[in-house]
Write a protein that binds this ligand. Structure first.
Ligand SMILES: [Zn+2]
Length: 305
């Protein structure tokens, strides 16, 4: 199936699933507000990433309806986990310069695995050196806490820290402290529709198709790399909080929409596509427009640029 057809088909599914009217006669419709999910930009210093991100931001600036803010879904830079300090600094400095010149929207960020410095060479991991790699990313991304929430109009937004240190790398889970906070936060915000942002999908189908070997066969990666490793706990928690309507993530550089137990789970495409080498599998470089309605429904569009 061609990508254009896929998007068309997918948007029909979205409309049907949310019972949103298809027509543009907005008279009887509640007014939504618009946000942008910009994820997996993977900015490096080789030039193509800089041009690409500028082009994506220009397209966002020229949208017919102005977004209220951007959700930066993580993996803003190419990679800090294996990089030298100088290289990580150069990537962050380019990230800031592109945003300074091409973006005027507020940004709420979450941490991606590639934003975290030094974990790839941590021989003697301690609580302090594990956290300092993450703290650097938080400082660059303007984050006071590694997970947090905020309200905007009729919606509550929860931003999770899905990546935790494991064996010179990472595993995807919510640590105990964060889990406790999340339960409290969802209990305290029952009166608002809720959108949860995480770098790595909480639930996903397409992660099963992520890695294809040179022989064209699927390679299965260990649990906790491509999707959250606590799917049952996540499903149960969200089920107890029916105000949660939308969960969005990136990380896979693939696009999917899952409707499960009245919650929409979106894995949105990467701004960098195949790490700035064209499309990743069937998925061109893209960002996502999301319109959020006061009745808890939402509509999204994957936009190539
Ligand atoms: Zn990632």
């Amino acid at each position: 199936m061609k990508r254009r057809q896929f998007i068309k088909k997918s948007s029909i599914v979205t409309v049907g699933a949310c019972a949103m009217p298809v027509t543009s006669s907005v008279n009887e419709l509640p007014t939504p507000f618009r946000i942008i999910h910009l994820t997996d930009c993977h900015v490096d210093t080789k030039g193509v990433a800089e041009t690409g991100l500028r082009r994506a931001l220009e397209k966002i600036n020229n949208l017919d309806k102005k977004p209220d803010f951007i959700l930066n879904g993580g993996d803003a830079i190419f990679d800090a986990m294996e990089a030298t300090k100088g290289d990580a600094k150069a990537q962050w400095s380019l990230w800031h310069s592109v945003l300074k010149n091409n973006n005027s929207l507020p940004i709420h960020a979450c941490i991606g695995n590639h934003d975290i410095y030094g974990w790839g060479s941590l021989d003697n991991p301690t609580k302090s050196n594990i956290m300092s790699g993450k703290q650097w990313a938080m400082d660059e991304l303007g984050m006071k806490k590694r997970y947090y929430s905020f309200d905007h109009n009729d919606w509550h937004f929860v931003v999770l820290d899905s990546v935790q240190f494991q064996d010179k790398g990472y595993t995807v889970e919510l640590d105990e402290e964060q889990w406790e906070w999340l339960e409290k936060d969802l209990t305290a915000s029952k009166d608002k529709f809720t959108c949860i942002l995480s770098h790595v999908p909480l639930l996903s189908f397409c992660h099963q198709l992520f890695k294809i070997g040179q022989d064209g066969k699927l390679i299965t990666l260990p649990q906790g790399i491509l999707m959250n490793s606590q799917p049952l706990e996540i499903k149960n928690l969200i089920y107890q909080h029916p105000q949660v309507k939308l969960c969005i993530a990136g990380h896979l550089h693939m696009q999917e929409e899952i409707e499960y137990l009245n919650v929409k789970y979106l894995c949105n495409g990467a701004v960098c596509g195949n790490w700035w080498k064209g499309a990743f599998q069937e998925f061109e470089p893209a960002f996502t427009i999301i319109d959020l309605f006061p009745d808890g429904t939402s509509k999204h569009e994957w936009v190539t640029y």
